[in-house]
Ligand binder design. Structure first.
Ligand SMILES: [Fe+2]
Length: 245
């Protein structure tokens, strides 16, 4: 597939619009009672609808007004250094191509349904964004230390990508890897996967595989809890970096 560097809206085909709509409707239905209300609120804020593939210029003007963040278009997954550098500048790397109808359920790398539908709405949430930027800032500071970067990879994975959140006695999803995948949604909410209360030390010590449904999901109380954990993250990382030198 030809993967564009920038979004040229007129290049989207009827099939692209149809794929966006099918995925959008299907995931909202799957997630109906199981997605964080922060995500649903954010989805309204960014004005995404099933009938229209988001236009990045419009999305960016909403995000810039809400939190100062914006989308930075990329053709594929960015190298870690580039990804963290952009996070630190309040820019999220997003693809602008969409999967084909034969690929509704499985894709080897993220397309815009994952990057835009699942990741982007919460970029309008100031607390979430502040936490996200902290990951970028701290990771960038230690970008040449592979052991520290591995910890940030895990932190990113178990929060932004596969994070869950308590709502009263239930567990809802806010991580983009859950929100964008029908299979992951079902698995994450089932008894087959382990749910662990948010704990930085445990996250730093928990490995993951990107090519399977997750075994472990970490559950936060709120985005405030995430943000308040930043000093602890910093402290643990500084200690680790010191040991490594
Ligand atoms: Fe992602």
């Amino acid at each position: 597939m030809n993967k564009p560097l920038t979004q040229i809206y007129s290049n989207y085909t009827q099939e692209d619009f149809k794929v966006w709509k099918v995925l959008f409707d299907r995931q909202l239905k799957n997630l109906e009672h199981y997605v964080s209300h922060d995500f649903l609120e954010a989805l309204e804020k960014v004005k995404f609808t099933p009938n229209r593939i988001p236009y990045f210029k419009e999305v960016n003007s909403i995000l810039l007004e809400q939190t100062g963040w914006s989308l930075h278009t990329v053709p594929c997954i960015s190298p870690q250094c580039e990804f963290f550098r952009l996070l630190s500048q309040e820019k999220f790397t997003a693809t602008c191509w969409i999967r084909k109808k034969e690929q509704l359920d499985y894709l080897e790398e993220p397309d815009m349904f994952h990057d835009v539908f699942a990741h982007t709405p919460l970029l309008s949430n100031p607390t979430y964004c502040e936490f996200f930027k902290s990951i970028g800032d701290l990771a960038l500071k230690h970008i040449h230390d592979p052991i520290v970067i591995q910890k940030f990879g895990r932190l990113y994975w178990f929060t932004i990508e596969f994070g869950m959140i308590y709502k009263n006695n239930e567990i809802n999803a806010f991580g983009a890897g859950v929100i964008s995948s029908a299979g992951e949604t079902k698995h994450a909410l089932s008894v087959r996967s382990k749910k662990i209360d948010f704990n930085i030390e445990k996250i730093f010590n928990t490995n993951f595989r990107a090519d399977i449904l997750q075994e472990n999901y970490f559950v936060i109380d709120s985005f405030d809890q995430l943000l308040k954990s930043v000093p602890e993250i910093e402290q643990k990382i500084e200690l680790l970096a010191e040991i490594n030198t």
